[in-house]
Design a protein around this ligand. Structure first.
Ligand code: P53
Length: 477
């Protein structure tokens, strides 16, 4: 017997834009994911000016879950899932984002999908915004830098909360809202917030402004959701990447502390309902002239989340520079150093199972809320054998070592944990690289980076392993 609760939510996680395809089906509008090309390992995705002929947009078809969902859900049931985390594509419900009436065909699709899941006793766990906001809100409003987008999001949230109030209990507002800590690249600002910087704009300031509007929108959604159904559990969704000091040098330790503060203030605001003092002071000292109103601060206070959902893939480490500024400002993408004590994946992601237990303790101490591990997994190139089997012991090894740490955090540290939904348990389009061949799945999908393949589904070795893990409630890994 593992120490996990009997009703523990063993599941799997995906996001609408990464598996559904059907990018124009049922009146769906263009999302930010629909204008991102395929990249590769170390090759960034390009953001095009609208949908351009001749470009390869992997999310347009993805794995065509839109047309395969009935058969796929049958496979999920065979796997033994108790929960299926996906997102609702905002553009199926409000194709442009600023309409006043929702698109019925889009709403119907999720009704059918949720019914199909519930038929097998699989709970849908829903993210409202997972890197797929309407592209129209980018071109017409400049993305989340415009306060009016709060209202559009709240309308979308209200529509789906109302429609699915008896089918969905667990919700999350913004996927990995804190990814935009990496504001110096184009990827996170665009995928999280539909931001494309204008000449002369200060990326950091823009990030603080958009993230503020998003936390306000999130807090409004929490309040509205609780009114629609008081049993709703509405969480934050944080990309947890613990940042360690590179050495015991006190300056490295403080640098790591500042890095953690910088990456996780989003969770402070969503869970505690207020900005941390260090950040208010930092924003003041930096001279950012931010639109943060007193009513906004009341909204934040009144709309705190019910749980912390988080992804966990890896950890970072930082080292203080010789000439640190007084603020010890952490700049993501610049200040990280390699951690020689851990291994790395082919994509350079540092593999650190112990860090998951650390992260769970850190969250639990800080917020005193239940946790939900809503992503964890190992992206790798798989080889399909002539007989159709896929032997992926590296994936099983990664997951086993993380689940071990997760169970220690529950059994030894007493941390309340709702569930575990490994990422991309059916192969899908990578968010970061746009690849198909960077695979996380227990279910293989026959499609490659060039977009070739039959889309046929088959079971990898990891499928049978995870099935057994669920059967034994995590006792036999
Ligand atoms: P891919 C960066 C770092 C950690 C998680 O990522 C990240 C990212 C963004 O790429 O994203 C989450 O597909 C995200 C998923 C994504 C998954 O991790 O780049 O919530 O949408 O697919 C894995 O390998």
């Amino acid at each position: 017997m593992s120490g996990l609760p009997k009703d523990f939510l063993w599941g799997g996680a995906v996001a609408a834009h990464q598996l559904e395809g059907g990018w124009q089906a049922g009146g769906k509008g263009v999302s930010v994911a629909d204008v991102m090309t395929a990249g590769g390992n170390g090759v960034g995705r390009r953001i095009t000016d609208g949908v351009q002929p001749g470009e390869n947009y992997p999310n347009h078809e993805a794995i065509d879950f839109y047309h395969h969902y009935k058969d796929d859900v049958k496979l999920f049931a065979e796997l033994g899932l108790k929960a299926f985390r996906t997102s609702i594509a905002w553009t199926r419900i409000y194709p442009k984002g600023d309409e006043t009436e929702p698109n019925e065909a889009g709403l119907q699709f999720y009704d059918d999908l949720f019914d199909e899941l519930l038929k097998y006793g699989i709970q849908p766990v829903i993210t409202l915004s997972h890197f797929e906001m309407p592209y129209h809100l980018v071109t017409e409003y400049g993305g989340w830098r415009d306060r009016r987008v709060i209202d559009f999001f709240v309308r979308f949230a209200t529509t789906v909360f109302t429609r699915y109030k008896d089918k969905v209990k667990y919700w999350m507002t913004f996927n990995e809202i804190n990814n935009q800590t990496e504001y110096n690249g184009t990827f996170a600002l665009f995928t999280n917030s539909g931001i494309q910087l204008k000449p002369g704009e200060n990326a950091e300031r823009v990030m603080y402004q958009t993230a503020h509007y998003e936390t306000v929108a999130s807090a409004l959604a929490v309040q509205i959701g609780h009114r629609i159904n008081p049993a709703f559990q509405i969480g934050a969704m944080i990309a947890m990447v613990p940042i360690y000091p590179a050495s015991p040098d006190p300056r490295d330790v403080f640098k790591a502390e500042r890095a953690m503060q910088t990456r996780y203030w989003f969770a402070d605001v969503q869970a505690k309902g207020r900005y941390p003092e260090w950040l208010r002071q930092y924003q003041k000292n930096a001279g950012f002239d931010l639109d943060i109103t007193l009513p906004d601060l009341d909204v934040l206070q009144a709309g705190t989340v019910d749980y912390i959902g988080f992804s966990y893939y890896m950890s970072f480490a930082v080292k203080a520079q010789r000439d640190e500024p007084k603020s010890f400002k952490y700049v993501e993408g610049r200040d990280g150093v390699e951690n020689p004590t851990v291994a790395r994946s082919e994509w350079g992601w540092q593999i650190d199972p112990q860090g998951l237990r650390y992260a769970m303790n850190w969250f639990a101490d800080r917020y005193d809320l239940p946790l939900f591990i809503v992503e964890n997994g190992f992206g790798a190139i798989d080889k399909k054998e002539p007989d159709g089997s896929v032997h992926d012991p590296y994936r099983v090894d990664y997951l086993r070592r993380h689940i071990e740490q997760m169970e220690l955090a529950v059994e030894e540290d007493g941390i309340p944990l709702i569930g575990y939904t490994p990422w991309g348990f059916i192969d899908l389009v990578s968010a970061g690289s746009g690849q198909m061949d960077k695979r996380y799945g227990f279910i293989y999908v026959d499609k490659n980076d060039a977009g070739e393949g039959t889309l046929a589904r088959s079971k990898k070795d990891s499928f049978y392993w995870y099935q057994h893990v669920i059967e034994t409630n995590g006792a036999d890994l």
